[in-house]
Design a binder for this molecule. Structure first.
Ligand code: DGP
Length: 120
């Protein structure tokens, strides 16, 4: 799947749509989810154009992948959720339920997040 430069997170990165930023640097933007599922619900996205985790893990330099996850950990610590714990989610592709085709991880915390997957 090729990268769609008009996806909503690309627009957020270009400043075309406002967001509630909690962290920004040269590599990543972290902002609060518009539809929070927990007291802390933050999305972390790389600034590079990657459709999904599959794309990012395959195509980004290993150093950039490592740096991204180091930053996710630091952002969770800064949000104050690392002590009690949190859940990291990377919905990937259709079966993963990914809605926005720009790689992102969800940091969910501030309460017990509950069962990992609801059985259907
Ligand atoms: P996913 O299913 O993993 O692709 O989740 C996409 C998330 O993005 C979903 O939890 C809602 C959030 N989201 C969608 N549009 C916007 C937006 O315009 N602003 C913010 N802050 N979050 C958004």
């Amino acid at each position: 799947m090729s990268y769609d430069p008009n996806n909503i997170f690309a627009k957020i990165l270009r400043g075309e749509i406002p967001n509630d930023t909690v962290h920004e640097d040269e590599d990543v933007l972290a902002f609060r989810d518009i539809n929070p599922q927990a007291p802390v619900h933050v999305l972390v996205i790389p600034k590079g154009e990657y459709v999904s985790l599959d794309d990012f893990a395959r195509d980004a330099p290993a150093e950039a992948v490592g740096r991204f996850f180091a930053k996710v950990g630091q952002i969770a610590r800064d949000l104050g959720v690392a002590g009690e714990g949190y859940r990291l989610i990377a919905n990937t592709g259709r079966h993963g339920g990914q809605e926005v085709p720009h790689f992102h991880v969800h940091i969910l915390g501030g309460r017990s997040i509950g069962p990992m997957v609801v059985k259907r």
